[in-house]
Design a protein around this ligand. Structure first.
Ligand SMILES: Nc1nc2c(ncn2[C@@H]2O[C@H](COP(=O)(O)OP(=O)(O)OP(=O)(O)O)[C@@H](O)[C@H]2O)c(=O)[nH]1
Ligand SMILES: [Mg+2]
Length: 363
């Protein structure tokens, strides 16, 4: 008798750059070959849209002349384009909305796109910047209002103040170059999540795991670090402060993804150290999952990304996680995991992890 196993469908992930800054950030992702995702640019400004490298473009408003720095105008344009935006979003598992907050289009249209996305049941994550202080108090005010609205409609919102990135740059950095660096931080933040989901191979942190951590969170932060060994990369990721928000040690759920080439090793001791750190330093005992990905582009480098989320009050982390788990229909995979865990049981020196820990398997 032939046994037919259900095929595993890859998660459909769309990255939507809204407004001028959002579109530029998406362009940077395209140039840097962020893979296994679809790119979209949404703008009120048709000339900026023409320059976008995204394969899919949506113009808001009829005249293509921009929103003139007016978020309300952009919001109305986006609401009028609801059907077009629904078409753009349908058939998607996860959406990233990225924008520079503080102007008209990104600030006004992003919350509308997020609302539609959430209504379609899509895991919706915002990755946005706050304007430089030197851009003036009005932009900051617009940005704060836009961020508050966007937070209402996203599962998780990652906020990156431009000044945090600027503080790492030389003051003589040309203005344009400063935005290139900011686009790059947006790229790395999003890529750290998409790579975690799509680059499988050794131990999986899959879409359901990411959904479990980011769904309906109050906020989320990301830490990224590269190093010559795990500890160096892990320390850098823990101290990587460009994202606004609470400290990782206050998180309710944490995913740690370790990427390295076959020239390198993620050892049992490394796993133990990460586990111990979370046990010792985190205030509440968070849900923890550690995964790894083999990426031969990294050569001798190791890369650690930490995705940490903070739960809304009155929503126990365990319930949310259970709900996300229930939605996972890959029963065959779960059976396989159980069998593998059984096989590994005697070899697993960490029988009492802080929470759930997946031990790397050597190929
Ligand atoms: N990451 C990034 N941010 C940018 C860039 N250009 C501007 N920003 C930031 O994004 C904020 C909004 O600017 P834009 O993106 O030009 O504005 P918009 O959303 O297109 O809005 P309108 O043009 O007013 O309709 C600015 O205040 C900057 O802080 C860019 O190239 N990259
Ligand atoms: Mg614009």
């Amino acid at each position: 008798m032939d046994i037919i196993l259900p095929s595993e469908q890859p998660a459909v992930i769309k990255i939507i750059g809204v407004g001028g800054g959002g579109a530029n950030a998406v362009n940077r992702m395209i140039v840097s070959n962020v893979s296994n995702v679809e790119f979209f640019a949404v703008n009120t400004d048709s000339s900026a849209l023409r320059k976008s490298g995204a394969e899919n473009k949506v113009q808001l408003g009829e005249d293509g002349l921009g929103a003139g720095g007016d978020p309300l105008k952009a919001q109305k344009y986006a609401e009028a384009a609801e059907e077009q935006l629904k078409d753009m979003l349908s058939g998607t598992d996860m959406v990233f909305i990225t924008t520079g907050m503080g102007g008209g289009t990104g600030t006004g249209a992003s919350p509308v796109i997020a609302r539609i996305s959430k209504e379609l049941g899509i895991l919706t994550v915002g990755v946005v910047t706050k304007p430089f202080e030197m851009e003036g108090p009005d932009r900051t005010q617009y940005a704060n209002n836009g961020i508050a609205k966007l937070r209402e409609f996203t599962d998780a919102l990652i906020v990156i103040p431009n000044d945090n990135i600027f503080s790492l740059m030389d003051e003589k950095t040309p203005y344009e170059k400063a935005f290139e660096n900011i686009d790059d931080v947006l790229r790395r933040s999003i890529e750290s999540i998409t790579d975690t989901i799509t680059k499988t191979g050794v131990i999986n942190i899959d879409f359901a795991d990411v959904k479990g951590v980011l769904s309906n969170s109050e906020s989320a932060v990301i830490g990224l670090g590269d190093g010559q060994n795990f500890q160096e990369a892990f320390n850098k990721a823990l101290n990587n402060k460009f994202v606004e928000g609470k400290d990782i040690t206050e998180a309710n759920k944490i995913l740690i993804n370790v990427s390295y080439s076959t020239n390198n090793n993620f050892t049992v001791e490394d796993m133990k150290n990460a586990n111990e750190y979370v046990k010792k330093e985190c205030k509440e005992r968070p849900y923890l999952k550690i995964g790894n990905v083999i990426d031969n582009n990294l050569n001798t480098k190791m890369r650690v990304s930490i995705i940490a989320s903070f739960q809304k009050k009155n929503e126990p982390a365990s319930d949310l996680f259970e709900n996300a788990r229930k939605e996972e229909k890959q029963e065959i995979k779960q059976v396989q995991q159980r069998i593998e865990m059984q096989d590994d049981k005697n070899r697993d020196p960490f029988a009492q992890p802080a929470c759930e820990v997946h031990k790397p398997r050597r190929l």
